[in-house]
Structure formats: C-alpha cells, structure tokens
Design a protein around this ligand. Structure first.
Ligand SMILES: Cc1cc2nc3c(=O)[nH]c(=O)nc-3n(C[C@H](O)[C@H](O)[C@H](O)COP(=O)(O)OP(=O)(O)OC[C@H]3O[C@@H](n4cnc5c(N)ncnc54)[C@H](O)[C@@H]3O)c2cc1C
Length: 480
C-alpha cells in the first residue's frame, strides 16, 4: 500500500490517510484490509440496491471481535466515517460509508447450534440461509426473513420479521444475547441482565449502538418439512381474492402465515405460458404446524377456485425460506414505500386494487405481510425498542428496474404518490429496515414512537459522539 487515501471524516471533511497509517492498521488486523482494485474488493462493496452509489475508500474485513476493536479504534481516533456491512441488503444502502471506512463482516460467518440449550450462535456476516440451514439439521429455527440472501445482522438489529413471526414474535423477541464492540472499544456482552439498557435498544435500533460480533438466538421446533409455496389467480378477480385474504388471515392459526402479492407473472416454467407477464394476485404460504392438519388449515385457500399457478406442497422449510430469492436479484434498482397496518378495511383493499391496476411500472408489486399473533402480545416498552406491537400486517409498494431506465424518476414519483394513498391506513409506525434513503428524521421517530426518548438516552450513554451514524440514525443532524 503505497499511496495516501482521501477518506471522509465523521463531520464530512476529508482526512488524508498516509501509507504508514494504512500499513499500521493492516499489521494489527488479522483479517484483511482492502482498497479499490484489491482482490475481493468488488464483492466487499457490492450492495443489493444498485441505485445506491456509495463506495467506501477503505474496507476492513475482520475475522474476530479483536479485529473489530482495532478497526473501531482506528476510525474513532482518526475521526473517520464508519460503516458496517452485514448482508448488504438495506434498501437505503446503509451498509456502506460513502468514501469512508467500511467493515465488511462477511468473513465472520460461523454458525454454532446448541440443540440441547435450543440456542444458535451466529456470526455477524451470516446470511439468513446460513442460519436456517444449520438449525434445520436439528428440526429447529428462529424467526428470520423470507429472502435467504439478506443479512442476519441488519435484519435482526432493526427488529426482523418473517413467516414464523406470528408464532414467535419479531426476530429480536428471540434474541438472547449479543457480543458487541461499542464506540469506546470495549467488547461487551448484552442480554436481559447485563447492559440491559443497551440490550433493550439493540432490539430494534442496533445499528446505532456498536458493531455486533455475535448473536445468540432462541430456537423452536419447526419443520424440517412445512407446507408452503405460491398460489395465484388472475388480477381480474382481485376483489374476490382480497376479501378472501382478509377472511383467511382473520381466522388463521399462528402456524399459518399468508403473504399477499399483486404482481406480474414471471416467464418461469411453473407459470402457464399464456400468463407470462400478466397481472396476478398471489398468496405466498407457509404453514409450519402439525402437517396432519394441513388440509383443514389450508381449506379456505383451497376453496378459492381455479388458480392459474398452484405450487402449494409439503416441502423443506429451507425451500420456503428461499423460493422468492430470484424475484429480488442483486444489483437492480429498487424503490419502495411501506407501512404497518392494524387491519385490512374495505377501503384499503379497493385502494390496493386501484393502485395496482393503474401502476405504470412494468416490474412492480404490492405486497401484504401477515403479522400479528405473538408479536401483539408483548409490552411496547419492556421488550425492546422495536415496539409496533399493534402491527397485524405490513404493506409495501415496490418497483424494480434496471440501471439507465429513462422513466426511473417517474416510477419513483409514482410510488411516492401511491404511498400517500395507503398512509391513511397506517398504524402510524413503520419498519426501520424498510426505510428508503429519502425518509426523514420524523419517520425514524415514528418507528420508535413512545420508545424514542429512552432510545436517545441509551445512544448518548454508549455512543456520545455518534460514531455509528451510517444507518437510519437517531443522532439528528450528526449523521451520514
Ligand atoms: C430482498 C429483501 C428482502 C427482505 N426481506 C425481509 C424480511 O423478510 N424480513 C425482514 O425483517 N426484513 C427484510 N428485509 C429488510 C432487511 O431486514 C434490511 O434490508 C436489513 O437492513 C438488511 O440487513 P443486511 O445485513 O443485509 O444489510 P446491510 O445493508 O449490510 O446493513 C444494514 C444496516 O445494519 C447495520 N449493520 C450490519 N451489520 C451490523 C453489525 N454487525 N453490527 C451493527 N450494525 C450492523 C449497518 O450499519 C446498516 O445500517 C428485506 C430486504 C430485502 C432487500
């Protein structure tokens, strides 16, 4: 490493890193220090959302908590803008500090299952599939999301939701402990007894508080076989299907989660050719209860006649956790708006139908995530800053297009306008992990609602200088 590097400082001004400083860092890091052009650089800096143009000036790939301590100390002492990349899937691109120093956690990807204690210990570079695969070998799982390439770290630290949320709550409701490097360079253990205030804040606002180097989750009996898949009908029948969806979700046992999607059929072999590219209403299903009862549980879905796609089948839980992966490929441009809902009233259902009928974006979908159940049973205050215990559904309007799309601005604007039509139905809260880069401080405050002030106090105690600001930051104007 022979040249100096211009790197962005915490307050925005440039800092000049000398070759000696970089070599000094390199000598103390057991993992890797990368600059542009080095082998592995492209993977280290790639984000899921190709619309985000952030590139770091320097990357550290730690392999241990000690490496993280070194890198955090280096950034803090030199006043460098510091980012942490888990799975790189945050839509706002918060995994990368633009022209700053980024910790790419991908070399800390170990998973250890303790089936007797029903716990799993997870490295911060793990993707969801790493954890699901390992825990399913024991017929166990913790609630994670439904696209297997998402990072466990970012998903968990913002709350975490998935097909098992109705049974076991937010992902963070199942978090037992973390190991975290805080801004002062200490490696701390946080759980319900040790640093309980920090642990409370980590469960929903974790990216603000340090670098988590290990997660420990509680496990439950799930699978390894579940009944799930996708079933879809023509969009022309949206009125009927949406009503049926409301009834199905109102009666569903907790073991059944049914996501709803208005989308265009992909040109995939499982879709009859005459439906390729045409609008459909689909349900993505996961029933993780006693399989002997499947027929009765799925009867209300099966009662909706003449689906044009029917992929519902008994299959491994790990398959259900990954079959939507291809619908969201890495590197495309993405934009969405989302809200939490307490229910599905008639007016909302007709707004959804109208919006999708009017939507000018070729690859767009409107989705409803089926929540409720266990997550509605916790206290807002005591069980993590994540709150939003009144959410029974989440709704999202998403568009996807390729780089260079001439109508990109118009598409984004259409989604923003569509959002104004679903906002009146919101609980008033929203999911921090779904916020786009253009959402403001008020939106962050709304995420945490009544928990916000307590969160700010914990942030001030553990990160008084807002070192951890490359995230959906609660530090006001001192953020990147
Ligand atoms: C296709 C797709 C599907 C999704 N599905 C779901 C879903 O089913 N359920 C759900 O709940 N969410 C889902 N999400 C949202 C997802 O939870 C967020 O995008 C989340 O931020 C992704 O985490 P990541 O580690 O991949 O992201 P990154 O972009 O790497 O990081 C996100 C944030 O986490 C911080 N961070 C990362 N690692 C650490 C660490 N070790 N310590 C401290 N902070 C850290 C970063 O600083 C950054 O601010 C989905 C997103 C996408 C794009």
């Amino acid at each position: 490493m022979t040249a100096t590097i211009d790197i962005t400082g915490l307050e925005g001004a440039g800092v000049n890193l000398t070759p000696e400083q970089i070599a000094g860092l390199d000598a103390r890091i057991e993992g890797h220090v990368l600059r542009a052009g080095d082998g592995g650089w492209d993977d280290a800096v790639q984000l899921w959302n190709g619309m985000v143009a952030r590139v770091p000036a320097l990357v550290v790939q730690p392999i241990s908590a000690a490496d993280v301590v070194t890198a955090v100390g280096f950034a803090r002492d030199l006043g460098l803008l510091l980012g942490i990349k888990g799975g790189g899937h945050n839509i706002a691109g918060t995994g990368i500090a633009d022209r700053g120093l980024t910790l790419d956690m991908s070399r800390m990807r170990d998973v250890t299952v303790d089936p007797e204690a029903r716990l799993v210990h997870v490295g911060p570079g793990c993707l969801l599939s790493d954890v699901d695969r390992a825990t399913q070998e024991h017929g166990l799982a913790t609630p994670l999301g439904f696209v297997s390439q998402v990072g466990v770290a970012g998903l968990t630290l913002g709350g975490g939701l998935g097909y098992l949320t109705r049974r076991f709550g937010w992902t963070v409701d199942n978090l037992e402990q973390v190991e975290i490097v805080t801004a002062d360079g200490e490696i701390r253990t946080a759980n319900r007894d040790e640093h309980a205030d920090l642990f409370w804040a980590l469960r929903g606002a974790g990216a603000n508080l340090g670098v988590v180097t290990r997660f420990t989750f509680r496990l439950h009996d799930v699978g390894p076989m579940v009944h799930g898949g996708l079933i879809a009908w023509p969009f022309a029948r949206a009125g009927e299907i949406l009503q049926a969806y409301r009834n199905i979700t109102a009666e569903a046992p907790r073991e059944l989660a049914v996501w709803l999607m208005l989308f265009r059929a992909p040109p995939a072999p499982f879709v009859p050719e005459e439906w390729h590219g045409r609008r459909l209403v689909a349900m993505a299903v996961c029933y993780s209860g006693d399989l002997a009862g499947t027929a009765a549980v799925l009867a209300p879905i099966r009662a909706i006649e003449d689906p044009v796609v029917d992929l519902l089948a008994e299959q491994p839980y790990t398959e259900v956790q990954s079959y939507l992966d291809d619908t969201e490929p890495k590197g495309n441009h993405y934009y969405w708006k989302t809200e939490y809902l307490a229910g599905l009233d008639d007016e909302l259902l007709s707004v959804m139908r109208d919006l999708y009928a009017e939507c000018p974006i070729p690859e767009a979908d409107i989705g409803v995530l089926h929540l409720g159940g266990a997550l509605n049973e916790h206290d807002n205050d005591d069980d993590g800053v994540v709150g939003n215990r009144d959410a029974r559904f989440a709704i999202g309007i998403k568009g996807m297009w390729e780089a260079g799309e001439p109508d990109a601005d118009a598409y984004r604007e259409w989604i923003r306008q569509a959002w104004t039509r679903i906002r009146p139905f919101s609980t008033g809260g929203n999911y921090i992990n779904f916020q786009t880069a253009d959402e403001d401080d008020e939106r962050i405050r709304q995420t945490y609602g009544a928990n916000f002030d307590r969160l700010v106090e914990v942030k001030a105690a553990y990160d008084p200088d807002n070192l951890f600001r490359v995230n959906r930051n609660i530090g006001g104007d001192r953020r990147a």
